[in-house]
Design a protein around this ligand. Structure first.
Ligand code: 5AD
Ligand code: SF4
Length: 482
């Protein structure tokens, strides 16, 4: 395909090692295929979301903008006038899924406007146009607020447009986000990450940490409470860093939590994700003292060997991590912990993997996400040979999955017979039993009327199946393990 770069407006341009971050708003002349399948007045949209909760929230913000323009959602992407892929780059598999889907789209008879947003937009930028000539726009993670103007530009110039700023500017219209759940909502408090773990693309795809002003967060939380939401999850790649980039606000993460806890009528507050280094004693005390703050911390260790942790640039040792866990458990006994683990990081030996295995055995997480290392372009780890064979990675993954299943079952056995406060979220998949979660993130299903959705109920858990407790409603005066 012959593409001539016609206009290249470089707003800012700077390079940062190891991946160059280029801030561009540009379009290409004479795209070979956009003109004949061009849509002037799009009426419907479909967004396919990949990856983490941050992406889910970005999708809600984007769909809020699309609906404000009068577009309505459709369930079939082949039918939509505007199709957006909100993408993830964290592992190779995530990118391959999107590439496969993008290849299939745009081949039908219907004229569609097709866009890529999210982390792949940042990682691949305009190279996506070369690979997928039927693509109309690429919008980066820091530009979701520009979706409307970009759509207009596509429509009026009939050119491929991309916008991928390196820095996030705090002007998002959070209040118009289109939420798909009536009980629980995500609220973004900080975007980006400054930690630069050597395996991770996030600092390059989402940029540096930018905290959102506390007033804006409180305003959104108040609105959500007024709208009847019972649980708010505060989101960020590293929520514990909140406020450090804006010392004049005098509002660190635990200060923010205290302010949100004060909102009249607030239900539950959760947060994710936490970097172990930034988990402070003040935060632990907040979990103990703030009634709305739930006792679950997703607190990824990533590896149990100090040599690997150092190579990952995790900036803590196994011993320091264990100390934090011990202090947290001393301050909040019965707190539940979650983790992420990467197996098969370059040069990881069997002995080093066993250190990870033993760390999990010792800590007894209630939730674990395990990943095989996937080399990512632009990260420092990419310079190292991906030398752990795929079969070895898969074997290590399986051993961790088996271990976690055993730990999870043991924890559930210990809890069986207790009564817990459950926030009822919806009907279970079977459409008969209600489904909710305890404060410690355990899933519970039980029999009850639809009117209980969105309420707190006391449920005695009498058994479990896989990761789900089965329970029965108990009268509210019964004592429960909050
Ligand atoms: N390969 C495998 N897993 C990764 N993660 C991040 N980058 C990679 C990678 N290159 C995992 C980490 C992180 C989670 C969201 O994804 O465990 O906590
Ligand atoms: Fe990635 Fe590390 Fe930042 Fe988490 S803390 S987003 S793993 S760079």
């Amino acid at each position: 395909m012959q593409q001539i770069l016609n206009t290249l407006i470089i707003n800012t341009l700077y390079y940062s090692e190891p991946m160059s971050l280029l801030i561009l708003s540009c379009h290409f002349k004479e795209p070979p295929c956009t003109i004949d399948r061009f849509m002037e007045n799009p009426k419907t949209y479909f967004v396919r979301t990949y990856g983490c909760q941050m992406n889910e929230l970005d999708t809600q913000i984007m769909t809020g903008q699309l609906e404000k323009r009068g577009l309505t959602a459709v369930c079939d992407e082949e039918e939509a006038d505007v199709v957006i892929f909100n993408t993830c780059s964290i592992r190779d598999l995530a990118e391959r899924k999107v590439m496969g889907k993008l290849g299939q789209l745009g081949r039908g008879k219907k004229r569609q406007i097709i866009g890529v947003t999210g982390c792949m937009a940042m990682a691949k930028k305009d190279s996506l146009f070369r690979k997928f000539p039927h693509l109309d726009f690429v919008v980066g993670t820091n530009n979701i607020t520009d979706l409307g103007p970009v759509l207009d530009e596509v429509i009026y110039t009939q050119k491929q447009v991309y916008k991928t700023d390196d820095r996030f500017e705090e002007n998002l219209d959070y209040l118009s986000a289109k939420r798909d759940h009536k009980v629980k909502a995500f609220v973004s408090i900080i975007r980006g990450c400054d930690k630069f773990c050597t395996y991770c693309v996030v600092p390059y795809t989402r940029g540096q940490e930018v905290s959102r002003p506390p007033e804006s967060i409180i305003e959104e939380c108040k609105k959500l409470v007024d709208d009847g939401y019972k649980e708010i999850t505060l989101l960020g790649q590293n929520v514990n860093s909140y406020g450090k980039d804006e010392p004049s606000w005098n509002c660190l993460f635990h200060d923010l939590l205290a302010k949100i806890d004060q909102i009249p009528g607030i239900g539950r507050i959760r947060f994710m994700t936490s970097h172990p280094v930034d988990i402070t004693k003040e935060l632990m005390l907040a979990i103990r003292d703030l009634p709305s703050l739930c006792e679950f911390v997703h607190f990824p260790i990533q590896a149990g060997s100090n040599r690997i942790l150092k190579k990952m640039h995790r900036i803590y040792t196994k011993e320091q991590y264990f100390e934090k866990v011990a202090l947290l458990r001393e301050i909040v006994p019965d707190v539940s912990l979650g983790t992420d683990i990467i197996v098969g990081f370059p040069t990881e030996t069997e002995e080093e993997f066993l250190e990870t295995y033993q760390a999990i055995e010792q800590i007894r997480y209630s939730l674990g996400f395990f990943y095989a290392y996937s080399p990512r372009k632009g990260t420092p780890a990419m310079r190292w040979k991906d030398d752990v064979p795929e079969e070895v990675k898969q074997d290590r993954l399986q051993r961790l999955l088996d271990l976690q299943e055993k730990i999870g079952n043991d924890l559930r056995k210990e809890k069986t017979g207790n009564t817990y406060e459950v926030l009822v979220e919806r009907f279970n998949k079977d459409g008969k039993l209600l489904k909710g979660r305890t404060r410690r993130w355990e899933k519970v299903i039980f029999e009850g009327p639809e009117s209980m959705i969105g309420t707190l109920q006391n449920v005695r858990v009498h058994s479990y199946h896989h990761e789900t407790f089965l329970g029965t409603l108990v009268h509210s005066e019964t004592k429960y393990h909050n």
